[in-house]
Design a protein around this ligand. Structure first.
Ligand SMILES: *Cc1c(COP(=O)(O)O)cnc(C)c1O
Length: 345
């Protein structure tokens, strides 16, 4: 039986995006594969990127790092953005993970554990994780990476980008032996002086644009599709779905498609949502329910069992996210477990 709903991950497109970011920045790309590689599968994604030349990865959580190490073997360097949290030092060491140390307690815990190799985060304005520049610690043993994170990289016109970049350049110079890592996906597109020694993209590897809209330099990696479960002709005057969410003023042809909010199709997608089928973008009608959505396919040649693209090459994930009032990151990391995952390439 072929799965009625599937997530297809195009590893060749992933590889294209990886090399596009390398070419754009001129420095090594250190992929961010946190949150299961933004929902696409950290292990197959990391393995393909290793085959393309990636040697260093970032995850957020310690447990993500442990699982990744187990899967990809001892060679690649893995940094954990949360750092040395609580009593994680021994777990980090056992899996040869390098914490990004964010505050003095983390440095103390790592030192006490004789932790070894680690990174350091400087907070240049995000006010989230990391040392303020004026509190930046002395270089510590094992420090091999210093990083900071942009708050507004998706908006090239935002003057804060330059301020953060200059602050990072100044403070990171105090760590001559550490690799300097600054740019996330958006930062890769801000110009050569944002690249430093290595870049740290996530979303652009996975096909999301750096400014929240599709970018022609990147290819779609994730395609989410689901099957038409039923077709009906809706007489004028009748309604569709919960709370009579759509009222037909003319006769419509309705496809009921097997994906709903339990699959990560945001309820906020109606009324602006669209899906792609038979060469056209078709509107969602009424409310998204848990397992199904209703699609207006009036006038189209579609049959039971045909597949609707929720996002992918024909319906960019950025556009689907905008329609739902969110960002591509949230759509990808919300993809439900009921989709069968398949990998191309
Ligand atoms: C998630 C994350 C990234 C990747 O961000 P993208 O915008 O997806 O490229 C890079 N650095 C840090 C610190 C992050 O938390």
């Amino acid at each position: 039986m072929t799965a009625p709903a599937s997530l297809s991950v195009d590893l060749n497109a992933l590889s294209h995006n990886f090399h596009a970011l390398e070419a754009l920045t001129g420095v090594p790309v250190h992929p961010v594969v946190k949150a299961n590689a933004y929902g696409l599968g950290a292990v197959p994604v990391a393995k393909r990127l290793m085959a393309e030349g990636a040697r260093t990865f970032f995850v957020a959580r310690v447990n993500e790092g442990v699982a990744l190490r187990e899967a990809i073997g001892p060679e690649p360097t893995i940094y954990v953005l949360d750092g040395c949290v609580g009593d994680a030092a021994e777990t980090l060491k056992a899996a040869d993970l390098r914490p990004i140390l964010n505050h003095a307690d983390q440095i103390a815990a790592w030192r006490t554990a004789n932790g070894g190799a680690c990174g350091l985060q400087i907070d240049t304005g995000m006010n989230r994780l990391g040392f303020r520049p004026e509190d930046a610690p002395e270089p510590l043993d094992g420090l091999d990476l210093v990083m900071s994170h942009l708050a507004c990289a998706d908006d090239p016109a935002e003057p804060m980008n330059r301020r953060q970049r200059d602050a990072f350049a100044a403070v990171s110079a105090r760590y001559p032996n550490a690799l300097k890592s600054f740019a996330n996906s958006g930062g890769c597109f801000l110009g050569p002086d944002y690249a430093f020694d290595a870049v740290r993209p996530g979303i652009c590897l996975y096909g999301g644009g750096p400014e929240g809209r599709p970018d022609a330099r990147l290819k779609a990696v994730a395609t989410l599709s689901a099957e038409i479960l039923q077709l009906r002709d809706l007489p004028a005057g009748e309604t569709v779905g919960y709370s009579r969410g759509f009222l037909a003023d003319t006769t419509r042809r309705i496809a009921t498609v097997g994906a709903g909010y339990a699959d990560g199709i945001f309820r906020s997608t109606s009324p602006k949502g669209q899906v792609w089928i038979a060469g056209e973008l078709c509107p969602l009608l009424g409310r998204v329910s848990m397992d199904v959505i209703a699609v207006d396919v009036t006038g189209l040649d579609v049959s039971l069992g045909d597949r609707v693209e929720l996002f992918g090459a024909n319906r960019p994930v950025d556009d689907a996210a905008t329609a739902a009032g969110t960002i591509s990151y949230e759509l990808l990391t919300s993809i439900g477990n009921r989709f069968e995952r398949t990998y191309l390439g």
